[in-house]
Design a protein around this ligand. Structure first.
Ligand code: BGC
Length: 383
């Protein structure tokens, strides 16, 4: 625990020292001479600045690599996969030594990852798997566990095991079908909740339960809002009570929460799940409008990515004993069975997500240095 705090604080300090890191396309800086990364350049391709977490990921990655002496190029592709392809092609043309890519669309990067492989540039699939067997490694959180944490939270909070004849109504909002993670989150939650749906303890009045019906293109808040408004208008206008809104992440939870505030006539408070710890959602959490979020310390994801990149560039073998030797101070597991790109299982380094509620938010987020709590009582990212 102490080590985790130290890592978080040292990152917070580094970020503080550099101030807020701008997130503009094509940024390149000279490497610090003598540092381990001197003379090497890392291409960091993030999906978009419109979803909060990627700004944090981009900043942390940029800071981590620069601190280790690497030059960096950071791009955000505005959730446009065609643009992400050309951003990555530019980095390949710029002869980066390694690529860190969080894909907008895991399938759409197939050709450009082949181009990277042809140029002998290793690719770390960051957070989201790219559907190409040339991915060198995959760094993420245990995405299936994110979903199971949401499902278990619902089961425990409503005490579904002792519900007797009582039934609860739930609606489901999942993520972007182009994002390989989205089905993992959905499946993790549904594997926990399906027995209660089968028993009738949980019901979905809209009948929309399969992934394709509940998915949200580009994880878009507005799309999640409109869909929930339609559901509320069609299935809840007669006074039916909504008890649970299972939302895969915070950007969708934000839209769903807004829809419930504007279009739901019931007076009960709806249990709403999320993921990420976005600022607006943490405000809703403190105000009792969102019930939980699954927090993923992306600062630690950046730490693992830096060490992994160095190992790849040094030709080291990465496995569980390599991870253990790093003494990260937070949990990270080597996984060589869960993530298949096309035919090949991509060796993965998976960090551990955690449940944050109003009651433990200060302990989990502020005491660890990831967020500050201002006089307004709300939490704000430390960077
Ligand atoms: C990430 C989530 C995030 C979502 C939308 C997923 O791939 O793992 O943390 O909420 O993308 O940005």
């Amino acid at each position: 625990m102490k080590k985790q705090l130290a890592v978080a604080l040292s990152i917070a300090t580094v970020v503080g020292m550099f101030g807020s890191v701008s997130a503009f396309a094509g940024e390149t800086e000279a490497a610090t001479e003598g540092a381990s990364g001197a003379g090497k350049k890392i291409g960091i391709s993030m999906p978009t600045q419109s979803l909060e977490r990627w700004n944090r990921d981009g900043s942390y990655l940029d800071e981590q690599f620069k601190k280790a002496g690497y030059a960096t190029e950071v791009t955000y592709s505005d959730n446009d996969s065609g643009r992400q392809v050309s951003d990555i092609q530019n980095m390949i043309a710029d002869k980066v030594d390694l690529l860190v890519i969080a894909a907008i669309d895991g399938e759409a990067l197939n050709t450009v990852v082949d181009e990277a492989a042809d140029a002998n540039i290793p690719v770390i699939a960051y957070d989201r798997l790219i559907k190409n067997d040339n991915d060198t490694y995959y760094v993420s959180f245990d995405n299936y566990t994110v979903g199971t944490l949401q499902g278990k939270f619902i089961v425990d909070t409503l005490d579904l095991d002792n519900a007797g004849d009582k039934t609860y109504n739930m609606e489901i909002t999942a993520g972007d079908p182009a994002d390989n993670n989205a089905t993992f989150f959905y499946k993790g939650a549904m594997d926990v909740l399906q027995p209660y749906l089968d028993k009738g303890t949980l019901k979905v009045p809209s009948g929309q339960t399969d992934f394709d019906s509940v998915a949200t293109a580009q994880w878009d808040t507005q799309k999640a809002l409109s869909r929930m408004q339609n559901i509320l208008g069609s299935y809840y206008a007669d006074g039916t009570q909504l008890d649970v809104a299972l939302c895969s992440n915070d950007s969708t939870a934000l839209g769903v929460t807004q829809a419930i505030q504007s279009d739901y006539a019931g007076k009960n408070s709806v249990l709403i799940t999320g993921q990420d710890g976005d600022e607006a959602n943490l405000k809703n959490l403190m105000d009792g409008l969102q019930t939980m979020t699954v927090y993923k310390a992306v600062a630690n994801e950046a730490v693992v990515t830096l060490d992994l990149a160095q190992a790849i560039l040094n030709g080291e073998t990465v496995d569980q004993s390599w991870i253990d030797g790093r003494k990260f101070g937070f949990d990270c597991t080597f996984d060589d069975k869960s993530y298949t790109a096309v035919d090949k299982v991509i060796p993965s380094l998976l960090l551990v997500p955690d449940v944050v509620t109003k009651d433990n938010a200060v302990e989990k987020l502020v005491d660890t240095g990831y967020y500050t709590r201002d006089s307004d009582g709300y939490l704000h990212p430390a960077q």
